[in-house]
Design a binder for this molecule. Structure first.
Ligand SMILES: Nc1ncnc2c1ncn2[C@@H]1O[C@H](COP(=O)(O)OP(=O)(O)OP(=O)(O)O)[C@@H](O)[C@H]1O
Ligand SMILES: [Mg+2]
Length: 205
C-alpha cells in the first residue's frame, strides 16, 4: 500500500528549483517523514550515466526524449515506488512534466505520443504535488550567467526555446490545477522562499 507522498519541483533552467530543495526536504522532515531527495534526469547509477549523455552528447530529438524516459523508468522502479511503498516522502528535482515542457513544448514533439509512453513508464503514478517555479527566461538566463559555469546542451538554447518551455509548463499547470502550485519565482531568494513555504504548508496541512 502506498502511504508516502510524491512531490516534484519544476521550471525552466535557472528558475531557482535547486536553491529551495534543502528547505523543502527539511519542511517534510519536520513533519516526521523519511524524505528521499532525488533528481531527473538521474536518480539511479544508470540514470546518472544517462544524464551525462543527454546533457552533453548531441542526439536527435526523439532519441533525447527516449533517453529521458529510459532514465525515468529506472528511477521509478528502483527509487520512487519502493520509497513511497515504505511510507517515505519523495522529493524530485524534475519529473515527467519536464519532458512535456522541454521535449514537447521546447522541441515540438507530439504530446499524445509521449502521454502514451508516460503511461508505460509510470502507470498510475503522478506526483501528489508539483511546485512550478515560474520565471521570465531573460531573468533566469541572467541568474545563470552569474553562476559562470559551462552550460549544458539545454542551457545553451536561446530565449525563444525557454519561452516555449515556460508556456508548456503553464499549460500543464492550467490543465491540472489540483496537482500544480505555481510559484512566482521572481524577486529575492527570501521572497520566493516565502511564497514556496506558504504553498507547501497549504499542501501539507
Ligand atoms: N530568487 C533569486 N534571486 C537571485 N538569484 C537566484 C534566486 N534563486 C536562485 N538564484 C540563483 O540563480 C542560479 C540558478 O538557481 P538554481 O540552480 O536554483 O536554478 P534551477 O531551477 O535549479 O536551474 P537548473 O534547472 O539549471 O538546475 C543560482 O546561481 C542561484 O543561486
Ligand atoms: Mg537545478
Amino acid at each position: 500500500m502506498t502511504t508516502g507522498r510524491f512531490i516534484t519541483v519544476e521550471g525552466i533552467d535557472g528558475a531557482g528549483k535547486s536553491s529551495h530543495l534543502a528547505y523543502l526536504a527539511q519542511a517534510m522532515r519536520a513533519r516526521g517523514a523519511e524524505v528521499v531527495v532525488t533528481r531527473e534526469p538521474g536518480g539511479t547509477p544508470l540514470g546518472e550515466r544517462l544524464r551525462e549523455l543527454v546533457l552533453h552528447e548531441a542526439m536527435e530529438t526523439v532519441t533525447e526524449a527516449l533517453v529521458m524516459f529510459a532514465a525515468r523508468r529506472e528511477h521509478v522502479v528502483r527509487v520512487i515506488e519502493p520509497a513511497l511503498a515504505r511510507g517515505a516522502w519523495v522529493l524530485s528535482d524534475r519529473f515527467s512534466d519536464a519532458t512535456f515542457a522541454y521535449q514537447c513544448g521546447g522541441r515540438g514533439q507530439d504530446r499524445r505520443a509521449f502521454a502514451a509512453l508516460e503511461s508505460v513508464v509510470h502507470p498510475g503514478r503522478q506526483p501528489d504535488a508539483t511546485f512550478l517555479f515560474d520565471l521570465d527566461p531573460a531573468v533566469a538566463a541572467s541568474r545563470q550567467r552569474a553562476q559562470q559555469r559551462t552550460p549544458d546542451r539545454f542551457e545553451r538554447e536561446d530565449e525563444a526555446y525557454f519561452r516555449r518551455v515556460r508556456e508548456a509548463y503553464l499549460e500543464r499547470a492550467r490543465a491540472d490545477p489540483g496537482r500544480f502550485r505555481v510559484i512566482d519565482a521572481s524577486g529575492s531568494l527570501e521572497d520566493v522562499r516565502g511564497r514556496l513555504a506558504a504553498a507547501f504548508e497549504a499542501f501539507a496541512a
